[in-house]
Design a protein around this ligand. Structure first.
Ligand code: URA
Length: 436
């Protein structure tokens, strides 16, 4: 078998299954630079057009995971469980979820990403807490998971380096939306964390990567199959992302909402998704048998303050100012905090997640290029939810801005994104399906 790049590319171009050695050669080429970017890109496009079998996808994931360090957490007792979301608007679930699950006795090693484009990133949110460090070394990560059961960090250079090269090429060669490539990209990073089990939140809708439930389900099924082929326990929830999750979109404002969630007073939809994902994490972590039992334990961790105490411990361990937990006014605040009011009385018929995300992006809450700096203080809070009744002149949301021009643009965009109707809309379930 030839392992020359052009021969491997030709085989996939012509619709053949690649052998494990060919896949390994491709991943090695992406890691050590021995394949040129145009050769990597050509194979990515051939995979995009021809697809990959489940076996090829599992082999690609494994090779990408092994392109760098695979964290060893065998010194941490218990079943280590993480959660991964395919990304949405206002999706701050990781922040309240990790401490709740840890407070219930399951270690949560979590390596997250930054936001790019319309969807926010857990790291950017956490870094809006003054002093919070997400750039821990793998040794510091391992030590913290052992000591307090959780670390919330960013991807290190040595974790799945092949994905960094391949993702950057996919981004500029129209090869992102490809299930085998998405699976290998997500799971190579997650499996390198040293976890035993994973719960996936695969989102669908206007504010998600996958726009429809059938598409999201195809991705979820592939992720579950490949994760299991990698020897992990995996479950997936399919959750709706047509309107933002919760009432806050931004960074510091989402930390404040996460703290409210840990106090048990978060918005109903955010509490719902957090408890649902957490329940499956507790079951996979071996500390609960049923979702009802798991949910009761999670609720108890909120009621008795142990989840909030765990969040405080994580913030302190990672150099953050833990006083924000009790005094959220210590989080960065924007100069202008201006309500957008309803022009008519009625029901909230729609809150377009993508439009809200783009308004927040325009305020500076996100980035359009990896090198952009974000403004931690800006965003949107007090967003109305679909189905709620509103009176003319009442606020539909509050815009947090540091620039008057950006404020005016966001106001106009949000006025279009939030639609008030005479009749209440029919609301689909938030959690459409669970793949066990
Ligand atoms: N997130 C990832 O990490 N990789 C993808 O390919 C898509 C989403």
């Amino acid at each position: 078998m030839s392992l020359f790049p052009q021969h491997i590319i030709a085989r996939k171009r012509d619709g053949h299954r690649l052998q494990a050695e060919e896949i390994a050669a491709f991943v090695r080429g992406a890691t050590d630079g021995s394949w040129a970017d145009y050769q990597l890109s050509a194979l990515l496009m051939a995979i995009f057009l021809r697809g990959m079998t489940a076996e090829e996808t599992a082999q690609l994931t494994d090779a990408m995971m092994r392109s760098g360090v695979v964290a060893d957490l065998s010194h941490v007792p218990g079943i280590k469980v993480d959660k991964h979301s395919t990304g949405g608007v206002g999706d701050k679930v990781s922040l309240p979820l990790a401490p709740m699950v840890v407070a219930c006795g399951v270690p949560v090693p979590m390596i997250s990403g930054r936001g790019l484009g319309h969807s926010g990133g857990t790291l950017d949110k956490l870094e809006s807490i003054p002093g919070f460090q997400t750039g821990l070394s793998l040794d510091a990560y391992r030590a913290q998971v052992k000591r307090i059961g959780c670390a919330l960090i960013g991807q290190t250079k040595d974790l799945a380096p092949a994905d960094r090269t391949l993702y950057a090429l996919r981004d500029v060669t129209a090869t992102v939306e490809c299930i085998p490539l998405i699976c290998a990209s997500i799971l190579s990073k997650k499996l390198a964390e040293g976890i035993d089990a994973l719960v996936l939140d695969v989102k669908f809708g206007r504010g998600a990567f996958m726009k429809t439930l059938p598409e999201a389900k195809r991705l979820a099924e592939a992720l579950v199959a490949v994760g299991r082929a990698g020897g992990k326990q995996v479950r997936a929830l399919l959750t709706a992302m047509d309107e933002p999750l919760g009432r806050a979109v931004g960074n510091a404002v989402e930390v404040a909402e996460s703290i409210a969630c840990l106090r048990g007073v978060g918005p109903a939809d955010l509490m719902e998704v957090t408890y649902a994902l957490g329940a499956h994490m507790l079951i996979l972590g071996g500390v609960a048998q049923t979702t009802d039992e798991a949910r009761s334990r999670l609720e108890a961790s909120v009621r008795d303050g142990s989840a909030l105490a765990c969040f405080r411990e994580i913030v302190t361990a990672q150099g953050g100012d833990a006083r924000v937990v009790d005094e959220p006014e210590r989080l960065p605040a924007a100069t202008w905090q201006v309500p957008l009011v309803a022009e008519s009385t009625g029901f909230v018929g729609d809150v377009d997640a993508m439009a809200v995300a783009l308004a927040a992006l325009g305020l500076g809450a996100g980035r359009t290029r990896a090198a952009d700096r974000i403004d931690p203080a800006v965003g949107v809070t007090a967003l109305v939810k679909r189905g709620e009744r509103v009176e003319r002149g009442a606020p539909l949301c509050v815009i947090h801005a540091n620039d008057p021009t950006a404020l005016a643009k966001a106001k106009a965009a949000l006025a279009r994104a939030i639609v008030v109707t005479d009749e209440p809309p029919t609301l689909p379930p938030l959690i459409a399906e669970v793949l066990l």
